[in-house]
Design a binder for this molecule. Structure first.
Ligand SMILES: NC(=O)c1ccc[n+]([C@@H]2O[C@H](COP(=O)([O-])OP(=O)(O)OC[C@H]3O[C@@H](n4cnc5c(N)ncnc54)[C@H](OP(=O)(O)O)[C@@H]3O)[C@@H](O)[C@H]2O)c1
Length: 292
């Protein structure tokens, strides 16, 4: 039995679907019981668990041999990682597959990248088998800009900076392999999409997939903050994003890797495919807006 944390998130929900499809015993951890049905309907177990509630977390782990550990990007992230790792050791879990980040770094000003570096070190110091994945930025992050994209604008502050964005469905496919195969103990895999793209390149692909023009517009930082704020993001999250965007604008990127193809047998999805698959989520209300 594998306990899936972050089960309702981007990676987790696809991972649960893949595990159910392959009849691999899995238990989806949810914060509240209303979230259970989506997992029990596809044949998985569901259990209540919150990283802020150690007793719930301990109970959720009982009887599991593996833990898929994914914590949300919040200020308590490093603390929750340590707690989950300690409880996994205590409850006799044999292996942890953990989501870290490609930019994990102890000295960075990006809080989640620092939390991931700390958690990676912590996990490696514990008496438990582990595999760490370090994905680059997700294509699904563009859902946060769905409203301006639907109106034909892709706001950014990343200049000509490029990233090899990955579709989180490909991360789930890698994790499925890691949870079901031997031989990945002690490995750290950097996961990327197929090519490095600037925000201008992404606007071109969105234009093709959505059937309406999308223009990349480089904003002043203060206007980007306003844009993100209007999407309902917290100040803590926005400050972290601004730090991360500055790194991208300054030329941060990692080499495109072959890991998705090597581990799953399938090439990683392109941004064009992502945009086609999610065209409704990314641009559905453009026509109704333009008719107003
Ligand atoms: N986005 C990127 O570009 C990127 C790149 C590299 C690494 N990462 C890392 O990937 C992870 C995010 O993955 P994702 O996008 O698949 O997740 P996500 O969509 O952001 O979902 C977060 C998950 O965490 C759950 N959660 C939130 N608070 C919780 C709590 N107190 N206790 C238990 N569960 C809680 C959420 O449950 P609810 O549904 O109840 O809210 C949800 O299942 C983070 O660790 C992030 O640092 C992200």
């Amino acid at each position: 039995m594998v306990l899936i944390t972050g089960a309702t998130g981007q990676i987790g929900k696809e991972l649960c679907r893949l595990l159910a499809q392959s009849h691999i015993p899995a238990r989806a951890m949810c914060r509240n019981q209303e979230q259970f049905t989506q997992f029990t309907q596809i044949g998985l177990e569901a259990v209540q668990g919150d990283f802020g509630q150690p007793d719930q977390l301990r109970k959720a782990m009982q009887g599991c041999q593996q833990l898929f550990l994914l914590t949300p990007p919040v200020p308590q992230q490093a603390q929750w990682e340590r707690l989950a790792i300690d409880l996994a050791v205590e409850t006799g879990i044999k292996r942890i597959v953990r989501v870290s980040a490609a930019d994990a770094n102890l000295t960075t000003k990006v809080p989640w990248a620092k939390a991931h570096a700390e958690a990676d070190h912590y996990l490696r110091s514990k008496p438990i088998a582990w595999t760490i994945i370090r994905p680059v930025a997700f294509m699904q992050n563009f859902f946060e800009l769905a409203r301006p994209i639907a109106r034909g604008i892709l706001p950014h502050i990343t200049g000509d900076g490029q990233l090899s964005y990955i579709d989180s469905r490909d991360i789930a496919a890698v994790v499925r392999q890691l949870l079901t195969q031997q031989g990945h103990q002690g490995a750290i895999y950097y996961l990327t999409g197929p090519d490095s793209l600037s925000t201008g390149d992404i606007a071109t692909r969105l234009t093709e997939a959505l059937g309406h023009p999308v223009r990349a517009i480089h904003l002043a930082e203060v206007d980007m903050r306003e844009q993100l704020k209007s999407g309902g993001l917290s100040d803590w999250y926005i400050n972290a994003l601004i730090e991360q965007y500055a790194l991208v604008a300054g030329g941060y990127d990692i080499d495109t890797t072959e890991e998705v193809k090597r581990l799953t047998g399938q090439p990683p999805r392109t941004f064009a495919q992502f945009a086609r698959d999610y065209h409704q989520e990314l641009g559905a209300d453009y026509l109704s807006q333009s008719k107003c």
